[in-house]
Design a binder for this molecule. Structure first.
Ligand code: AHG
Ligand code: MN
Ligand code: MN
Length: 338
């Protein structure tokens, strides 16, 4: 067994910090704050099915508090934790339009962008959901953080990861020196290292895509997915489809078992010409994780997700992410004739 298995998450973060002699401990502090928020959300997610029952009226729970929707709860929990932690100057959330300020006097040198609860269609049906986060160093000077501090490319992230609320709660994160996975022991409220130095299998036999949209796909998406299925017919490799419908869960599955997740541009809705997923708090953080694990993340015109200069907090981006060999193949389909 790996000797580090079982160590607690704060030690792993501190050990990573030691690789950067210039570090002051603020990133360590910030990650620890995010982890506490994740534990609070995890506890609430585990109570999800009971909230209405305990609330009787459906509006208040047993303590007389209003029952919140889980994604609102997750958003509030992270914002409250972050606004007073002293390590960030601004936040961006999927659930809020613009820059979210921190409390006056608590400005720090980082920014955080997050999807408080990814997989909204799965929240009420007991299927894995998660929180995705992305951390950048602030660029602007002055007291308050600005939009420009949030609009930074994925390549400049100093940390990224997610907390998945599944059959167990897991934290997966990177600060640029490998990917580490921790499992929450709910009896003591501590994350223990369960997946040291995660590497995504280089070739795989799973693909994840919403295949019901086939009729809305562009030709290259259709040809790529057909190629994967044809391999099956020729017996070279037998692909299986896995689509959970929460990005964080589909991604996590593919990270561990190998696989490719595809959400390319399609003709389904005219208001989402770039696909559905968001660059800053979905695609970019998962792209950092996958690259650190040996995989790849590109757009459907072959750009590396991490090299995209964001122009909008909520901009969408076509995403092909996962095992290297399957993304290499996708790149051929998406950048020219095969
Ligand atoms: P969110 O719940 O944060 O709005 O994200 C939902 C996203 C993502 O998690 C998932 O991969 C995708 O929606 C699924 O979309 P389709 O239903 O169009 O397949
Ligand atoms: Mn999401
Ligand atoms: Mn969400």
């Amino acid at each position: 067994m790996d000797k580090r298995k079982g160590i607690i998450v704060s030690r792993q973060i501190m050990d990573s910090q030691k690789l950067h002699p210039e570090a002051t401990g603020e990133l360590t502090g910030l990650l620890n704050e995010l982890i506490v928020a994740g534990k609070i959300i995890s506890a609430e997610v585990n109570m999800a099915g009971l909230a209405d029952i305990l609330g009787q009226s459906g509006k208040t729970n047993i303590q007389g508090e209003e029952v919140q929707k889980l994604d609102e709860f997750a958003n509030q929990t992270i914002k409250r934790r972050m606004e007073q932690c002293g390590y960030i100057c601004a936040m961006g959330s999927e659930e809020d339009d613009g820059v979210i300020p921190v409390l006056d006097g608590y400005e720090g040198k980082y920014t955080v962008a997050f999807d408080p609860l990814d997989g909204s269609s799965n929240i009420d049906v007991n299927v894995s959901i998660g929180t995705i986060f992305s951390v950048h160093r602030r660029k602007s000077r002055g007291k308050h953080g600005k939009m420009s501090d949030l609009l930074q490319k994925g390549r400049d992230q100093v940390g990224a990861g997610y907390i998945i609320y599944g059959s167990s709660t897991m934290l997966v994160y990177t600060t640029g020196d490998g990917v580490y996975g921790f499992t929450l022991d709910p009896s003591v409220g501590e994350f223990f290292l369960s997946h040291p130095d995660i590497k995504i299998p280089e070739r795989s036999k799973y693909y994840s895509v919403n295949e019901a949209y086939t009729k809305y796909w562009y030709d290259n998406t259709r040809a790529y997915i057909e190629h994967l299925k044809d391999l099956d017919y020729r017996g070279e490799r037998s692909y299986s489809l896995r689509y959970i419908g929460s990005l964080v869960s589909d991604f996590h599955r593919n990270l561990i078992t190998g696989g490719v997740f595809v959400y390319a541009r399609d003709k389904k809705s005219t208001d989402k010409p770039e696909g559905k997923l968001r660059l800053l708090y979905e695609a970019a953080p998962l792209a950092m994780v996958v690259e650190q694990a040996g995989g790849r993340a590109i757009t459907d015109d072959g750009r590396n997700i991490l090299d995209i200069e964001p122009t909008d907090l909520h901009q969408r981006v076509p995403l092909i992410i996962g095992s290297k060999e399957e993304v290499d193949l996708a790149e051929k389909y998406f950048t020219g004739p095969v």
